[in-house]
Design a binder for this molecule. Structure first.
Ligand code: ANZ
Length: 927
């Protein structure tokens, strides 16, 4: 019997979709829109493994479903194409990263095509394409030309700031700006030179150049953002990261801290994801208090969330970076302080925060005065206090704070009894609960009252106030690398100016090597004539040599998809008015604080400036869980080339070794394939159990080095894309982490064959009947429609697969081949298994593709039991069963039952003494 030929059919329909542009989405105001977005991939050299398409399959199912529910669906795909790996490869081989990137993209596209996604490829975007990054540069300039007005609580044009300065100087301006911005009058402003004015404006611009301490990765030759560093090492490559002072572009994301925080409340995102963003933003409500330094004019301002514990302060701690330290350190303490400062400087912020074991610091010799009780307390420096948070200075309360306690113990400092009569852990609990305050002016007050009283005390003396701090830092926006967007800025007398919009894009220039110059300039310093001549000028000015960071291109790409080929605007007005925002965004949690925060930030800026329609771009977001690898192991007897089967390994002294999962099937090793796997294994010997070599297994991250990577192409060749799609969903709930294991894939494969057979006779001839379907057949279909809709809407796609399996099994056992049922079944399965359903749809006599079909409505009335099967009891014994419609009246049931042949056989022509019909239960006949 010839069977369904998935390889041929899948190719046929993929070509059909491409030729007919079946999934091309254009503005169509007669239909409601649905925008399903996937996090676009970085096209790495390794290609896709089975874990990558998991989210794409889910969003494709939803997209295909929404399309046949009557929505106009935008479901695009593109590539986040700038990035380090292509550049590292370029450095090693001299090959231009554009070439590597293009090769990788083509491979990805081929792999994606094979899976049968309903992407609108006419809207493909690549962040490294000048037609795309022209607009990334344009957005950069919008940020450069804006400032954040705290009164209006939004970004505004820098021109409005300049006119305020001209009228009133900066005294009346309430802006988010650099800490060190001095105040000036209108007269001052007018008297400043052009260069001075521009220097001041840089302190306000939403993207600005400033001298900052950056995370510098010498090995990669670039600065890295907070989220690109893990435990002091670069996320890519794992190289050490150190602190370095550099002039850098930054983005003033801190201006948006509160809006980024409050905006989360309205989003349909998972709670853990929102929590990650909340923690990253790190809002903290506290008090700033300025303290005198004994015998100096200097003051120190501390930030505390517990002003109520101020009577327990027994010392102060400053971050080692503070400039003030030099001024207040006594000559006796100078050497020890200097030494400590130089050691602490080189530790990463993360190390310093997470280091709980070692207590270190140094005494400055100076004292500060606690304004609440006029007591003198010693001033220390220690690296557990961070320069970049709060004021970089803390009032230490060892009676309330664990790190202060550890520090006090180490340096033998007094631990004041803030909480009378409590031991340390009780105090810590009381502090956490924030309820026991019994000192000085706080006697008898609760936490909130004490806080308010403390703030009032400070305000009256003009030495402090309530203060909200955010942990989020402005984002460094430059990389000293080649393969990224050029920053559209040129320098005139050292002052940065934006390139005119009509002169964009600034094309990434050619260079002879992808390395820094001899002078330490970034690779763009090697380009010949990398300059800009503004219109009307005869002079060419040098352009910025840093490129944009990895997150630039991904911070707005969902808008470009709407109108990917527009040369006039980043997206046309009527197009953005229609598509507006993303209805469903699916992607990995690894982007929780990087991409998703930066995207929200840029979106808010563009919203404030009137370029986009909504403040939050991603209404609903789902994180697919990772598919983990299922690694296999063999066990080598130490020092030999002998390998012991898993069950026997205890009897030998062995070391486990990863083995390529492609030469293992159901944990049984193909020993011949193993010998030819690597030259050093050619003479391998095996100790078998039951004649087989059984491998061990472990669930780990899918990675090349663990030899557990499964390529979707292999699965497709063996089982087809429809099986791969359904199997990936069948593995478990979308959001869960789950190991890839092929044990169950046969079941899905067989299901599709069984589905095909419903439409065919034993000789594989198409055989569908136009006869009317029976109620029980319709019921199976309608039950499936109902369940499937509920499941797709809640993204419970693993249970949809089982629903379809049940329906197909039931229809198979009824031998149902009625068009009325099967047509509906084909349509509802089409989002999951688009190829086989397209083929059957065509066989059913339709043209134009199944994406033009309509998802059937389920009929509730068909779901209720239409008939009841009554046991017929004759003289107390159930003799037979009969079915009657449930709305039939008992009298009719009685006469029909008595007339039935099988009942007559038992009644033997007698007149029954009694007939009792219990509706929907039983019929009792007494003769
Ligand atoms: C006194 C005190 C007593 C504190 C007490 C805590 C408990 P969050 O909530 O994270 O904002 N702190 C302030 N600036 C710091 C810095 N630059 N580096 C390290 N620690 C710093 O934490 C604020 C609290 O962390 C502040 O409140 C301060 O210690 C410390 F029983 O002041 B607290």
């Amino acid at each position: 019997m010839a069977e369904y030929n998935f390889l041929e059919t899948e190719k046929k329909w993929q070509a059909f979709w491409q030729e007919n542009e079946s999934f091309k989405a254009e503005v169509d105001t007669s239909k409601p829109k649905f925008y399903a977005l996937d996090m676009f991939p970085y096209p790495s050299g390794a290609g896709l493994h089975v874990g990558h398409p998991l989210g794409y399959i889910a969003s494709d199912i939803v997209s295909r479903y929404k399309r046949i529910k009557g929505f106009n669906v935008l479901h695009p795909m593109g590539f986040d194409a700038f990035g380090l790996p292509a550049e590292q490869y370029a450095i090693q081989t001299g090959q231009h990263p554009a070439i590597t990137t293009e090769e990788n993209i083509n491979r990805y596209k081929e792999q994606l095509r094979n899976i049968g996604f309903s992407f609108d490829w006419s809207k493909e975007t690549q962040t490294c394409d000048p037609n795309y990054y022209k607009w990334t540069q344009w957005i950069f300039i919008q940020l450069f030309n804006s400032w954040y007005n705290n009164d209006a609580n939004k970004a505004e044009s820098i021109d409005s700031l300049v006119s305020s300065f001209e009228k009133n100087g900066n005294t009346g301006v309430n802006a988010t700006c650099d800490e060190d911005t001095a105040s000036f009058s209108a007269e001052d402003w007018k008297g400043y030179s052009e260069a001075e004015q521009q220097e001041i404006l840089l302190k306000y611009r939403l993207t600005y150049l400033s001298e900052t301490t950056v995370n510098w990765c010498p090995e990669l030759g670039t600065v890295l953002a907070q989220d690109e560093i893990k435990d002091g090492y670069s996320e890519r490559g794992g190289y050490p990261v150190v602190k370095k002072l550099m002039k850098q572009w930054s983005m003033r994301i801190s201006a948006y801290a509160e809006r980024l925080l409050s905006g989360l409340d309205k989003l349909e995102w998972s709670d853990p994801l929102k929590e990650m963003q909340r923690n990253w933003i790190g809002k903290s409500q506290g008090t700033e208090m300025t303290m005198k330094v004994d015998g100096h004019d200097e003051t120190i301002t501390v930030f505390t969330t517990r002003i109520d514990t101020v009577y327990g302060v027994s010392f102060l701690v400053l971050a080692p970076e503070l400039e003030l330290i030099e001024k207040i350190t006594t000559p006796e303490q100078k050497q020890i302080v200097d030494e400590y400062v130089s050691v602490a400087k080189n530790r990463s912020e993360r190390d310093r925060m997470s280091d709980v074991k070692t207590v270190s610091g140094a005494f400055t010799g100076a004292y500060a005065i606690n304004p609440f009780n006029d007591e003198k307390v010693p001033i220390y420096i220690a690296d557990y206090v961070l320069a970049g948070y709060g004021t970089g200075a803390v009032m230490a309360v060892p009676g309330g704070d664990q790190r202060d306690f550890d520090f006090a113990k180490h340096f033998d400092l007094p631990i004041l009894p803030v909480y009378e009569g409590m031991d340390v852990s009780e105090k810590a609990d009381a502090t956490k609960e924030g309820k026991i305050i019994n000192e000085g002016i706080f006697k008898g007050l609760n936490f909130q009252e004490a806080t308010d009283t403390g703030i009032k005390f400070l305000e009256d003396k003009d030495i402090g106030s309530g203060k909200i701090n955010y942990r989020i830092r402005d984002a460094i926006f430059a990389r000293q690398r080649y393969w990224g967007e050029p920053v559209p800025i040129y320098f005139k007398d050292g002052i940065p100016y934006p390139v005119a919009a009509e002169d964009l894009p600034i094309i990434l220039p050619e260079v002879d090597k992808y390395l820094p110059t001899e002078d330490g300039d970034p690779p763009l310093g090697r380009a010949e004539n990398f300059t800009y001549t503004p219109t009307g000028s005869s002079e060419a000015y040098p352009l910025e040599l840093s490129t944009m960071p990895g997150w630039a291109g991904s911070s707005w790409y969902w808008y470009r998809y709407m109108d990917a080929n527009n040369g006039e605007a980043f997206v046309a007005e009527d197009v953005i008015s229609y598509w507006k925002d993303v209805d469903l965004y699916i992607g990995g949690t690894e982007h929780a604080t990087g991409h998703l925060l930066y995207s929200r930030f840029w979106n808010k800026v563009l919203f404030d400036l009137g370029f986009v329609k909504v403040e939050e771009p991603f209404k609903k977001l789902v994180n697919q869980g990772m598919i983990q690898g299922r690694s296999n192991f063999v066990y080598r007897v130490k020092g030999t080339n002998q390998f012991v089967s898993e069950g026997l390994k205890k009897e030998y002294d062995t070391t486990p070794m990863h083995v390529d999962v492609s030469i293992v099937s159901n944990d049984i090793l193909d020993t011949e394939a193993f010998k030819s796997w690597r030259p050093d294994l050619a003479d391998a010997e095996f100790v078998l159990e039951d004649g087989k070599y059984k491998c061990g297994y472990e669930v780990e991250k899918m990675s090349k080095s663990k030899y557990n990577v499964v390529n979707p192409d292999d699965i497709i060749n063996k089982y087809g894309a429809d099986t791969l799609r359904m199997y990936e969903m069948f593995l478990g709930p979308l959001e869960q982490f789950k190991p890839w294991n092929t044990h169950g894939i046969d079941g899905v494969f067989k299901f599709l064959k069984k589905f095909w057979r419903l439409f065919h006779d034993g000789n594989n001839n198409f055989n569908v009947s136009d006869e009317k379907a029976k109620p029980e057949e319709l019921k199976i279909l309608h039950k499936a429609i109902k369940k499937l809709e509920e499941d797709i809407n809640s993204l419970s796609l693993n249970t949809s697969v089982s629903t379809m399996m049940i329906a197909v099994n039931e229809l198979t056992s009824l031998k149902c081949n009625k068009r009325e049922v099967l047509e509906g079944l084909v349509i509802i399965l089409s989002p999951f298994a688009p190829h086989i359903t397209e083929e059957l749809w065509e066989l059913l006599g339709h043209s134009g593709g199944i994406s033009t079909a309509t998802f059937p409505n389920y009929d509730e009335s068909l779901l209720v039991e239409a008939a009841h099967e009554y046991p017929i009891s004759i003289n107390g014994k159930v003799r037979t069963k009969l079915k009657f419609p449930i709305d039939m009246n008992p009298k009719e049931i009685e006469s029909e039952a008595l007339a039935d042949e099988s009942v007559q056989k038992w009644v033997e022509g007698k007149t029954p003494k009694k007939v009792i019909v219990v509706p929907k239960r039983i019929i009792n006949i007494v003769i």
